[in-house]
Design a protein around this ligand. Structure first.
Ligand SMILES: [Zn+2]
Ligand SMILES: [Zn+2]
Length: 408
């Protein structure tokens, strides 16, 4: 369903009231339901066309007879609606718009040019799966012409992950960006102020507008629901707001306390309730403010936590934290500093404690045991810890690759 056609050899655009020919001048009535029929032809295959209005009142052109080969064959109603939406939003944001733009060796569903003329974006609506190679070639051609490509994709296809993409899964109005979009949450980090990106969704109309106005930008990020196979993808984030927060002067005390994060479980060998140390949350004792958690998967961190815990935290049947020491894991075939069962000392392996489980290590494969609130809420504070020590722990923690979950 193309939006453009040739009329007596002149290019006309159904998405504009004057059909993109202000000097003629023209209106929709000059091409729609005219007798004799207006001379309209397809820009690609050259066969005759007629002007039409869809049931949703959208204007478009259609081949009189379906041609054997034409780039506009197979364009759906959704494709047409999305092109129209982008063109409308871009015009209202003050950008120059050309629908179904054609360059020397490239084309774009919608080409938008910034008011200053220095930024060109090709918006490509992709509703059906496409070979990665074809997508790459299209982007390469845009790239050579100084044009940035943004895909409006129906799915988060693997080829689209490292490139600018908005995932719009629905098939009709209202169009909503349901993937690759993030809002942010400020977090305090012993290294300063940082942000955490959270998956979000928003109306396509406002997302396109924010991209054109520069309020949203592309950022390499790891979505919270990503598995270890997806190292990163490009997501759309409100970077300016986040930058402002990050660059505000951080007030970091020299020393912080740290609260232990425990994972409660029923031992797979003896069936007793036991707790494992899985993380550390730095806390400023004077303000009660919490900082980003540090995973204790790295054995040097776990070892350090264990030595700081002794004498401060009294392990007991009410607080059944097993001994932290070097144990051998048959499954992993290695020895490492590990948590163990309080009752029978069997290893509580990292693969179980950290494997494929999202923060805070909730594991779908096991049922969480009932832990009395009084026990769960015990404040397990160690420290004070030097800020330099916490920073070192953070570096160590980030050097550990998340272990994929392998069922037994
Ligand atoms: Zn055609
Ligand atoms: Zn046990």
């Amino acid at each position: 369903m193309p939006l453009t056609a040739l009329r007596n050899g002149d290019l006309i655009d159904a998405s504009r009231p004057d059909l993109g020919q202000p000097q003629l001048p023209l209106s929709w009535a000059d091409v729609y339901r005219r007798r004799p029929r207006a001379d309209l032809r397809c820009r690609d295959c050259g066969t005759p066309m007629c002007a039409k209005v869809s049931s949703l009142k959208l204007r478009f052109f259609a081949h009189l007879r379906r041609p054997a080969t034409c780039v506009y064959n197979g364009e759906t109603v959704a494709h047409h609606q999305l092109k129209t939406l982008i063109a409308e939003v871009a015009r209202s944001a003050g950008w120059d718009v050309e629908v179904e733009a054609v360059g020397p060796d490239w084309r774009a569903d919608v080409l938008t040019v910034s008011p200053e003329g220095d930024e060109k974006i090709a918006w490509e609506v992709q509703r059906s799966p496409i070979a990665a190679g074809i997508a790459e070639e299209r982007m390469l051609r845009h790239d050579k012409a100084g044009v940035t490509t943004i895909w409006i994709a129906r799915r988060n296809w693997p080829w689209s992950r490292p490139v600018r993409t908005l995932v719009v899964a629905g098939s009709s109005e209202p169009w909503v960006v349901s993937g690759r979009l993030a809002d942010w949450q400020p977090i305090l980090h012993p290294d300063g102020r940082k942000v955490q990106w959270n998956s979000s969704s928003a109306e396509l109309r406002s997302v396109v507008r924010q991209i054109l106005l520069g309020d949203l930008t592309c950022h390499k990020w790891k979505p919270p629901d990503a598995t270890w196979r997806i190292p990163f993808e490009l997501g759309w984030v409100p970077l300016q707001a986040a930058d402002t927060w990050c660059n505000a002067e951080p007030q970091l005390p020299e020393r912080l306390m740290a609260r232990l994060e425990l994972k409660w479980t029923t031992c797979y060998r003896c069936d007793q309730l036991t707790a494992a140390v899985v993380g550390l949350i730095p806390i400023d004792p004077s303000t009660g403010r919490e900082y980003e958690a540090i995973s204790t998967q790295h054995e040097k961190i776990l070892d350090r936590v264990w030595s700081d815990m002794r004498g401060v935290i009294n392990r007991s049947e009410q607080l059944p934290i097993g001994v932290i020491k070097r144990r051998s894991s048959k499954q992993m075939g290695v020895d490492y500093v590990s948590n163990g069962c309080y009752s029978c000392d069997t290893i509580l392996g990292n693969q179980y404690l950290y494997g494929a489980a999202p923060w805070p290590w909730e594991n779908k494969h096991r049922i969480e045991p009932e832990v009395p609130d009084a026990v769960r809420d015990q404040a397990l504070l160690i420290g004070p810890l030097d800020i330099g020590v916490l920073r070192k722990m953070l570096r160590q923690a980030s050097s550990v690759r998340t272990i994929p979950w392998l069922p037994h």
